[in-house]
Design a protein around this ligand. Sequence first.
Ligand SMILES: [Fe+2]
Ligand SMILES: [Fe+2]
Length: 289
Amino acid sequence: MTATAAERRLIEHVDRIEAEQPPIPLDTVDFTVLRPDVLRERFGATLDYLARVELEVDRNVLELNAMLPDPPEIDVRFYREVWHAQEIQHGLILDKLQTIVGRPPTSPDTESVSAKMRILGAISHFSPIQDITRMLYYLTGMSTERSAVLAYNKLHAGMADIGEKAIADTVVAPIRRQEPPHYAFYKLSAVGLASRLSPWQAWLVRRLRMLSWGPVGANNTEQKADFGGVLTTLGMRDNLADFGEEISRVERDLLFEKKRGLAVPSYVTDALREAIVLHDARSNRLHGS
Ligand SMILES: [Fe+2]
Ligand SMILES: [Fe+2]
């Protein structure tokens, strides 16, 4: 596929998302909760985590503005005009739900762009570096969106299990439906760019992923433990390898082509395991065992 054909495909994809999936209108959501205590006990912390991550897209846009001095037009359109509005609405809906069941609203960090991002942005004025930064953005986008779909699948089943049908059908299902097209955007972008990276660029992308990979929304020890809690609540801790495989398969194939078919990159499994260990240590501390 020529670069132009690939670009056209991306533009069509974004057009389609925009036309077919507007941000979820609030009046389509039925916030009826039959047993607020049960929902809060079971999924409260998970709702908070998901709401926070969704609302932090405000910061993600600032990060992208700082990291990519000269991004492709379609990227800017996607993240400023399409993706951002959808994700914010996911966050607002989930956050409202957690307040309905008696929890405080989440406290997202919507402003702090790290020094690391700013440095990346500064050196990205040199265009071969910007390609590396873009690749990191697409890879992060893929693992984030895939994680979201898996989490919402489990959350949907969990809400149905505890009998909260309105929440499963009008909160979780519509949100879940909007995540796969985001994943597809990043995948199309990553596959297109990967074929144009030189060996040194690809090498650097691999090194940077090894050094910096983390689960979505887990930017400090506390948040890593929170993520371990989400994996535990959603029943994914016993299948960590499967979860890791799902969220990193394309990344592995693009970055470690010679090892195609081999295991999940160890930086993914290690980070997931660390989240579980931190979560367990924290709950042991809280429960005094
Ligand atoms: Fe979302
Ligand atoms: Fe998304």
